[in-house]
Design a protein around this ligand. Structure first.
Ligand code: CU
Length: 171
């Protein structure tokens, strides 16, 4: 996740690698670009591509930890309600009862937030929905960088009907 953030800032090529889903390739590309271009060249390539593509904004503040749990007491995010600042991030870690994911309903997310929030999800299976995490210890991170203040409800796609949901409030 962190290397993807760096990659997105430093290179549109690395962005393509991250979006492509092969983490090994993305990792190698990000490192190679970082060492060859150096910090001076990075800012000039951070401009979003023509056509309005939104790139992921890396976490610059606190990373809040949330557990994704399913057991005899039900399916839930712990904690379900997170209060954060813009620039913070939320790391959702699979603990038990997966697969779990983190999904935002576009109907509850302001139109001018959706593209950035979507770009800020570390690993996705569809728009505004993270990949499913099956194994304990696997995680998905959502950066709140460039996300305006507001309340952003989320849920777990497989367990929405069982009430597995929460809200991120950005102050
Ligand atoms: Cu779940």
């Amino acid at each position: 996740m962190r290397f993807c953030g760096i990659a997105l800032v430093t290179s549109a090529i690395a962005l393509g690698a991250c979006a492509g889903g092969d983490s090994n390739v993305a990792d190698t590309t990000a490192v190679a670009v970082d060492t060859t271009m150096g910090p001076v060249a990075a800012p000039s390539t951070a401009t979003p591509a023509a056509g309005g593509a939104v790139t992921a904004a890396p976490i610059t503040g606190t990373t809040h930890e949330v557990k994704m749990v399913g057991d005899a007491q039900g399916y839930r995010f712990e904690p379900a309600n997170i209060t954060a600042k813009a620039g913070d991030g939320v790391k959702f870690t699979m603990v038990t009862g997966g697969p779990h994911n983190v999904s935002f309903d576009p109907a509850t997310i302001p139109a001018d937030v959706q593209a950035q929030l979507d770009a800020n999800i570390s690993e996705k299976m569809s728009t505004l929905s993270s990949a499913l995490k099956m194994n304990a210890g696997e995680s998905v991170t959502v950066s709140l960088a460039n996300i305006k203040p507001g309340a952003y409800p989320f849920n777990c796609t497989p367990h929405l009907a069982m009430g597995m949901k929460g809200t991120i409030t950005v102050k």
